[in-house]
Design a binder for this molecule. Structure first.
Ligand code: ADP
Length: 494
């Protein structure tokens, strides 16, 4: 028997303990799917406060003395979960804090984020050279800018080391810092050059990953193409075009156990494609939870998102009055920019019983909106993959989405797809008129019960599991290892 491939998945967040967005879900699900496929997959994640308390018994496997000269007193604890073991990167000065993984309770970026995630990257690269306690990964899979320096550290190693793959979950977050910080990160000032880490006059952790990793992926095929253009490339399009031979788009799967209307403990009533009538009970329960009028026949439109321009929060606010005039109710859950939070609160106050705005993060309510809504809104200006449209399809709640990134790759419109594949509504222009036109088409379809049920069941039967995506990642890992071997052979020959 051949040895299983050893992969270290490096992530700044992991559901259910610490989650700021879709990456948290991916970090929970992808390593588990890889383990299912026979990979020896382990996760490296900072020991934030919720992880420390969830795994208080985890055993200490190594300690690091001042890695990179950054600080003293870091160590790793290993959970003995039989599925996917977690290496918790302990450094209380950096990670044992209130607030989120990247921001304070006041939503300010932590001032030492470069050191916090420089340390994460540094320890990941140590895994790839020395290993942890006898376990050395064949490959390090870094995610987003927070892990971006790891491939740069590895590239500076002359000895044998792990191959690396860098996944971009959202290119807009680039990990930009002052170039003067390079020495504190254990890197030479010469890396402040446009061929290496420099971006917009600063240094970018994400660019480091994109420059030095052996393989690159992003979370949908369409987004992989879009980020090679100026509009969504955010200054990195040139580098991405240069390296597009190693760039692959792989659509995220979803955790089909957590997001399963037939087993979801958050719901008033569980249901599947053969018992869709029970979805109505969830709609009524949601109306009463949110203080919406008990208008059972009114289409209930849901949205769950970070309230930022990327997600089209402004578009939803603009079209809300028209939506209400068309007889719909609107339920929004989200948090983000104060201007959008306030506008949504104002809408709810102006239209009691018709608009509900819950400002905050609420996992249970997110499940109940997916189940209770009739339609789901996702008018993103760009969307690397998007998870909520996948959840909504699985919950029999057809989404209305903009044709971008993973939305374009996962949602098929009845005007364009065969009747047994259509599962939502797609529009093109990033403006309120286009969104409203798509919503009107959706509301018309909603009034035709047979057509509507077909859309619902098509989405519910689609396969959004991680199995296919995990196989695609395995192929990327194999190619990255081959690329590293080829580079090493070339260096020896040269
Ligand atoms: P992104 O990662 O860009 O925020 P995704 O659609 O890929 O967007 O993933 C968002 C994830 O976060 C989903 O699991 C979604 O349900 C969840 N989410 C976003 N905002 C909230 C919120 N306010 N409350 C609960 N869950 C939320």
């Amino acid at each position: 028997m051949t040895e299983p491939l050893r992969v270290l998945f490096v992530t700044p967040e992991i559901a259910p303990w610490v989650k700021a967005g879709g990456l948290g879900d991916v970090a929970q699900a992808l390593p588990a799917a890889l383990a299912q496929a026979g990979v020896d997959a382990r996760v490296l994640v900072p020991a934030y406060r919720p992880l420390k308390s969830a795994f208080a018994q985890a055993r200490r496997v190594c300690a690091f003395a001042a890695p990179g000269g950054a600080l003293a007193d870091a160590g790793l604890r290993l959970t003995d979960d039989p599925g996917v073991p977690l290496y918790l990167l302990e450094c209380d000065a950096y990670f044992d804090r209130p607030g989120g993984p990247y921001q304070s309770p006041e939503n300010q970026d932590w001032a030492d984020n470069h050191l916090r995630f420089g340390l994460l990257s540094r320890i990941a690269s140590l895994a790839g050279t020395r290993g942890f306690d006898g376990w050395r990964p064949d490959l390090i899979h870094c995610n987003d800018w927070q892990g971006g320096l790891a491939p740069a550290y590895l590239a500076r190693e002359s000895g044998a080391h792990a191959a690396s793959v860098m996944t971009v979950h959202n290119l807009a977050y680039q990990g930009l810092f002052a170039p003067e910080l390079l020495p504190a990160l254990g890197l030479p000032p010469a890396l402040q050059a446009s061929e290496t880490l420099e971006l917009w006059g600063r240094i970018s952790f994400l660019k480091a990953g994109l420059r030095y990793a052996d393989g690159l992926t992003t979370v949908s095929p369409t987004y992989a193409r879009e980020i090679q253009g100026a509009e969504l490339g955010f200054g990195l399009e040139g580098l991405l075009r240069e390296r597009n031979d190693v760039l692959t788009g792989i659509l995220n799967g979803i955790d089909t156990r957590t997001w399963d209307p037939a087993r979801d403990a958050f719901l008033a009533e569980r249901y599947d494609a053969s018992s869709l009538e029970r979805k109505r009970a969830n709609a009524q329960a949601l109306r009463s939870e949110l203080g919406l009028a008990a208008r059972a026949a009114a289409p209930l439109v849901g949205m769950i998102a970070r309230l930022v321009e990327q997600k089209g929060a402004d578009l939803v606010i603009q079209i809300a009055p028209e939506l209400l005039r068309a007889g719909a109710q609107l339920a929004v859950l989200g948090q983000g920019e104060a201007r959008f939070e306030n506008a949504l609160r104002a809408l709810a106050a102006q239209h009691p019983g018709a608009v509900a705005a819950r400002i905050g993060f609420d996992e249970g309510l997110a499940h109940r909106i997916e189940a209770g809504a009739d339609l789901f809104l996702m008018p993103s200006r760009f969307e690397p993959c998007g998870l909520n449209q996948l959840y909504s399809m699985r919950y029999g709640t057809p989404p209305v989405v903009r044709r971008t990134g993973g939305l374009a790759d996962s949602v098929r419109d009845p005007d364009e797809a065969p009747p047994d594949e259509a599962c939502g509504f797609v529009f093109d222009a990033p403006d309120a008129d286009a969104l409203l036109a798509a919503l009107r088409r959706a509301l018309a379809a909603f009034r035709d019960p047979a057509a509507w049920r077909r859309l619902q069941t098509n989405g519910m039967h689609a396969d959004f599991s991680w199995t296919a995506s995990a196989a695609a990642y395995l192929e990327v890992y194999r190619r990255a290892i081959a690329a590293r071997d080829a580079a090493r052979a070339a260096a020896r020959a040269g």
